[in-house]
Design a protein around this ligand. Structure first.
Ligand SMILES: N[C@@H](CCC(=O)N[C@@H](CS)C(=O)NCC(=O)O)C(=O)O
Length: 244
């Protein structure tokens, strides 16, 4: 059985899962723990000297990293081909680039804003480690700082991030403009890539991606939710139609 190593609450993992699920490709999902899982994953990928990220799909004797590559793999299985319609691959790729920019900026902002949020950090501790009590809290705080340092770009600022998020969400608003799909008039990976970015505005319902209450609160941004309510509604419709 193929294995998908993932962070259950992460939009990058959700992109990979959604593409594989849509294709009807079967896999077993294994949770990854940031910081503690870094060295084992590097060893498993035989790339000791460079950072490792999830999702990673272990299948057919190889490891496929990056949600985009996993989605392209999904496109070669079952009904996955529909995610990348003929002649539209570059358009889909451009939307994925917007998705990556949005997710990376929103993650850095979230991590900066939650460094002192003990309830949020506690919910991030994997179940079996919670018995460690205060030690688990300390590990969670270190883990969050580890991920922040790993990904935060030089010169990052909360104000700059908010400007960039608004610019990218406005680009999405203009592209949709009453339409239901970003590329052509059918559901593609572009819709998946952009729908998951709304996780940082209003997390999707628990039936799709369950979150603890402190995590849901931390990921919610009431100002962006008001400004981009139409996008959140679009995301909810896309989930209801294609993520059953
Ligand atoms: N471009 C990559 C980005 C993957 C990525 O940023 N993964 C993060 C998700 S938060 C991760 O692995 N975080 C945990 C860690 O680095 O320890 C993809 O699309 O898969």
């Amino acid at each position: 059985m193929s294995e998908l190593l993932l962070l259950p609450y992460s939009p990058w993992s959700e992109k990979a899962r959604w593409a594989l699920d849509f294709a009807g490709f079967e896999y077993a999902a294994s949770p990854f723990t940031p910081m503690l899982g870094e060295l084992p994953l590097r060893l498993r990928l035989r790339r000791l000297g460079s950072n490792a990220s999830v999702p990673v799909l272990f299948t057919e004797g190889r490891a496929i990293g990056d949600s985009w590559n996993i989605a392209e793999f999904a496109a070669r299985h079952g009904r996955g081909a529909a995610l990348f319609p003929d002649g539209s691959r570059e358009e889909v790729r451009a939307w994925n680039a917007n998705s990556e920019a949005l997710l990376a900026t929103a993650r850095s902002r979230l991590l900066r804003q939650t460094l002192g949020d003990r309830e949020f950090l506690r919910e991030a501790v994997p179940g079996p480690l919670r018995v460690l009590g205060p030690v688990a809290d300390m590990l969670a705080a270190q883990g969050a700082r580890f991920v922040m340092n790993k990904y935060e770009p030089a010169g990052f600022s909360i104000e700059g991030a908010e400007r960039q998020l608004r610019t990218l969400y406005r680009t999405l608003q203009r592209a949709l403009d009453g339409r239901e799909h970003l590329v052509g008039d059918a559901f593609t990976y572009a819709d998946i890539a952009m729908a998951v970015t709304l996780q940082f505005v209003t997390p999707v319902a628990d039936e799709y991606l369950p979150l603890g209450p402190a995590t849901r609160r931390a990921w919610s941004d009431p100002d962006l939710a008001t400004e981009f309510a139409d996008l959140v509604q679009w995301r909810d419709r896309i989930y209801a139609a294609y993520r059953r």
